[in-house]
Design a protein around this ligand. Sequence first.
Ligand SMILES: NC(=O)c1ccc[n+]([C@@H]2O[C@H](COP(=O)([O-])OP(=O)(O)OC[C@H]3O[C@@H](n4cnc5c(N)ncnc54)[C@H](OP(=O)(O)O)[C@@H]3O)[C@@H](O)[C@H]2O)c1
Length: 278
Amino acid sequence: MGKIALVTGANQGLGLALVRGLASALGSDDVIYLAVRDLANGQAAIESLGSTSAQLRLERVDVTDENTISNLADMLRDRHNGIDIVASNAAARITKDHSQADQVRAFVETNNHGSRRLLDALMPLLQPGARYAIIASSFGRLSNLPSHLQPLFDTERLALDDIETSMDAYVAAMENGTAAQEGWPDWINIPSKIGQVATARIAARLIRETGPDDVLINAVCPGLIDTAASRPWFDDMSNAQTPDQAARAVIDFLMSPKIPDAAHGELIRFGNVLPWNE
Ligand SMILES: NC(=O)c1ccc[n+]([C@@H]2O[C@H](COP(=O)([O-])OP(=O)(O)OC[C@H]3O[C@@H](n4cnc5c(N)ncnc54)[C@H](OP(=O)(O)O)[C@@H]3O)[C@@H](O)[C@H]2O)c1
């Protein structure tokens, strides 16, 4: 039986590059679902890929919409009895045209609550040996928070819901103007990525307890990529990768065979584990 893969936010940027890379790494029995908010954009993305060895299919998924996620999970269960490869990549952008306080709720709703919603729906469908990447960033290390806020993301002690609660506390602090005084970093992307990495760490622990065997769940930093999402935030993009270049190391993880002591519940970048709290 072929492998079943899913990429969210698959119509542009890193997501489209992940589909392109997976489509050549996988074979004709394998199916890649491009999860997109807008089917017309998804269709254009598929056409831009030309012919591929793996089969490509479109699925409308907005990670802020519970119904689209449960429809996706039902379809994967009914048609394929599960899933083997997940790239949880969908992400809202932040613009410099509005204050961060005005954007934080929507950003966290997509990047944190959205990736958690997807995880909840797909964890029960993961097949033995499945690979699950939450696309995060090296900003998502606990050491990027002051020590008095770190207990909010204590992944040894907390449950998945607690991380959502911590993110909501951060949103409230941003919206009522107390975030800086409370010690939160001044760029939304940092607490948000810390929340995503914490979620991956806890999910990895849970899947070890419940099975199936040999599943690996990691947060993955793709490094700096030249996309419309990142361009406004970095003065010097001369070292930025193309989306195809950045996709390579992510795909290495998504296609990785069973190996002893493989990273699980970690933040990885270019195949190396980044320390959570150093
Ligand atoms: N770019 C970098 O330098 C960089 C560095 C480190 C990590 N990352 C991470 O890599 C990932 C991809 O980044 P990117 O630069 O490729 O971003 P991007 O070009 O903005 O692409 C984001 C994708 O997510 C989709 N999306 C947005 N909101 C969604 C929602 N509610 N439901 C479903 N899909 C949604 C977008 O769909 P639409 O086309 O419909 O808007 C788009 O396809 C993100 O997780 C980002 O944080 C990027």
